[in-house]
Design a protein around this ligand. Structure first.
Ligand SMILES: Cc1ncc(COP(=O)(O)O)c(C=O)c1O
Length: 398
C-alpha cells in the first residue's frame, strides 16, 4: 500500500513541494501510543504535530486523549481561540504581554496551565496575574536528568531536583495570593527521545540502554517524592505529567503520574525509528520535484534542506525514502535550494524523471510543519482533507 506509486498517484494533481500525512498510519500510531500508555490518559504534544486539524482529529479519536501540551503561552492562547481546552504549556516564559494574554484566556474560562521552575518565574507571573486580577494555575517542572560524574544523562531544563527546592517554589506560589500550583511535570527526555537501537552503534546502544535502565527507577523516585511532598504541604495538584513517545512503557508504570504525553509517535519521524521497544509507522513525508538530472545515476530535487534542530549531526537530515534506493550526496546533503540524490540502488530507467516526486521523511515531527503551510491528509490513496499548519495559520511563537 505504501509504495512510491501509491503516494505518487495520491498527489498527482498537486503542485510540488508538498507535505503529507498518511492518515491510516497516523490512526494506527495513535492506537499504538494509547496501547503503550496503558491506563493513563494521553496528552497530545501539540509541538510534535503543529496542525490544529490533526490535533482535533487525535483528541476526537479516543476519550483517553485528553488535552494538549503546548510549547508557548501564545500558542496555548491561539489554540484556545480555536476551541481547544486543557492546555499545559510545558516551557516557561516571563514576557508580560504573553502572560497577560493567558490571563485574558483564563478569565474567559479557558484552562491553561503555565510552567514554572524558579522564584523568578513565579514573581513575573504573579506581577501580571495580580494586575489582571486573575488566579493563574501553574505546573512545576522537575528535572528528570541523572547527574553522573562527567555526564548529565538528561537535558538541561529545570533546576528543581530535590524535594526542598520544589517546596521553595511552592511556598512562593502560595505567598503570591494569585497563583495556584495544580500540576507537576517531570519529562524524562533522555528516555523518551534517545534511540537505543541505532544501526551501526552497537556499543553506544548498549550504554544508552544501561543508562536508561539505571535512570528510570531513580527519576521515578524523584518525581514521586516531589509530588508526595507537595501534596503533604497542601498543594492542590490535579495532574502529574510525564513521558514522551519513547518512554511511555516506563512512564505509565509510575504510580505518581496521572497522565502521559506523546506527539512524535503520531508522525513517526526518522529519529524515532530506532528504539528497542517501539516501532511506529512513517506517517509524515514531504515530496520534492526532481528538477534536473546532473548525470546518469543521479537526480537533483528542488529544495529540501529541512534539517532538524538539536545538536548538528547527519541523522538530523531528511531521508529520501520513495522511490527506494536513493540517498543524499554526502558532500552536499539536503541543500537550501537543491538536493542531489544518488540512485545507486536504482537502474537509470527507474530513476524518477524531471517533474516527478521524490518522497522524504523529516528527522523530527512538528518541525516539518514549519516548512509547509498545509498538510495533505491522505487516506485510502486519496487526499481526504487539507490541514493548515501553524505556519499556514501565520502562527509563529519562537
Ligand atoms: C515537555 C515535553 N514532554 C513531552 C513531550 C512529548 O514528546 P514526543 O513528541 O517525543 O512524544 C515533549 C515534546 O514535545 C515535551 O516538550
Amino acid at each position: 500500500m505504501t509504495t512510491y506509486q501509491y503516494y505518487r498517484q495520491a498527489i498527482a494533481d498537486e503542485t510540488l513541494p508538498v507535505a503529507l500525512v498518511d492518515m491510516d498510519m497516523f490512526d494506527a500510531n495513535l492506537k499504538a501510543l494509547l496501547a503503550q500508555a496503558g491506563d493513563k490518559p494521553l496528552r497530545i504534544a501539540a509541538k510534535s504535530v503543529r496542525c490544529p486539524a490533526l490535533l482535533r482529529h487525535a483528541l476526537d479519536s479516543d476519550p483517553r486523549c485528553q488535552g494538549l501540551m503546548c510549547f508557548h503561552a501564545r500558542e496555548a492562547c491561539a489554540l484556545a481561540e480555536q476551541g481547544f481546552d486543557d492546555l499545559l504549556v510545558a516551557y516557561p516564559t516571563v514576557q508580560a504581554a504573553d502572560i497577560r494574554a493567558v490571563c485574558a484566556a483564563v478569565r474567559d474560562g479557558h484552562r491553561i496551565l503555565l510552567m514554572v521552575d524558579c522564584a523568578a518565574h513565579v514573581e513575573a507571573l504573579a506581577r501580571v496575574a495580580r494586575d489582571e486580577q486573575v488566579t493563574l494555575p501553574l505546573c512545576l517542572d522537575v528535572d528528570m536528568s541523572w547527574h553522573l560524574p562527567g555526564l548529565n544523562f538528561g537535558v538541561y531544563r529545570s533546576p528543581v531536583r530535590e524535594v526542598e527546592q520544589a517546596l521553595v517554589v511552592y511556598r512562593a506560589i502560595e505567598a503570591s495570593g494569585c497563583l495556584r500550583l495544580e500540576g507537576v511535570m517531570g519529562y524524562e527526555a533522555q528516555i523518551a527521545g534517545v534511540g537505543d537501537a541505532v544501526p551501526g552503534q552497537g556499543l553506544k546502544n548498549r550504554v544508552v540502554r544501561w543508562l536508561k535502565r539505571g535512570a528510570i527507577p531513580r527519576l521515578q523516585q524523584r518525581r514521586a517524592a516531589v509530588v508526595q511532598a507537595l501534596r503533604d504541604a497542601g498543594a492542590p495538584l490535579v495532574l502529574v505529567n510525564g513521558g514522551g513517545t519513547g518512554s511511555l512503557d516506563s512512564t505509565r508504570h509510575d504510580p505518581s503520574v496521572t497522565e502521559v504525553t506523546a506527539g512524535s509517535g503520531l508522525f513517526a519521524p526518522t529519529l524515532f525509528d530506532h528504539y528497542v521497544r517501539y516501532r511506529y509507522a512513517p506517517a509524515a513525508m514531504f515530496a520534492l520535484e526532481v528538477a534536473r538530472q546532473p548525470d546518469a545515476g543521479r537526480v537533483t530535487c528542488l529544495g529540501g534542506g529541512y534539517i532538524a534542530s538539536g545538536s548538528a549531526s547527519p541523522p538530523k537530515a531528511p531521508l529520501p525514502v520513495l522511490p527506494p534506493g536513493l540517498s543524499l550526496e554526502p558532500n552536499e546533503g539536503a541543500g537550501e535550494v537543491q538536493t542531489p540524490l544518488r540512485g545507486h540502488a536504482l537502474r537509470d530507467q527507474d530513476l524518477p524523471g524531471i517533474g516527478e516526486p521524490v518522497f522524504f521523511r523529516h528527522a523530527k515531527a512538528g518541525e516539518l510543519c514549519e516548512r509547509f503551510n498545509t498538510l495533505l491528509l491522505i487516506r485510502d490513496g486519496q487526499i481526504e482533507a487539507r490541514g493548515p499548519t501553524y505556519r499556514g495559520l501565520g502562527w509563529q511563537f519562537i
